[in-house]
Design a protein around this ligand. Structure first.
Ligand code: SF4
Length: 108
């Protein structure tokens, strides 16, 4: 087992280009990671599976009303969106960097 404090070992680690992108980025910086506003609370979620947003038909907002997701993908889709709610989770292959205007969210 290699010693992880060994600088030479760390510097010689190789990544395929796609794998490096995944390893470096977190969900919180992805444009599909949004705040989903319900009646009582606001939660984080990933809307990459909502076709209107992933196909760029509609711009991805920073805050999305819960009904907007339910209308498009139903309760199962909402459940799927809320499964990816950890902002520090490692990004997936569909990661796209969030635009600056999308970063600030008023959760109230
Ligand atoms: S990196 Fe993947 S899982 Fe995370 S928010 Fe973006 S699309 Fe969703």
């Amino acid at each position: 087992m290699a010693d992880k404090r060994n600088v030479l070992w760390e510097k010689h680690r190789m990544y395929l280009p796609e794998m490096r992108k995944r390893a470096v980025h977190r969900c919180k910086d992805c444009k599909f990671f949004v705040a989903i506003k319900g009646k009582a609370e606001t939660k984080n979620g990933c809307i990459v599976h909502v076709k209107a947003y992933s196909s760029m038909e509609k711009p991805v907002p920073a805050l999305l009303p819960i009904m907007d997701i339910i209308k498009r993908v139903g309760l199962e889709g909402l459940e799927q969106a809320l499964k990816h709610s950890d902002p520090d989770a490692q990004s997936c292959g569909k990661y796209e960097l969030k635009a600056d205007g999308q970063r600030k969210v008023d959760r109230n």
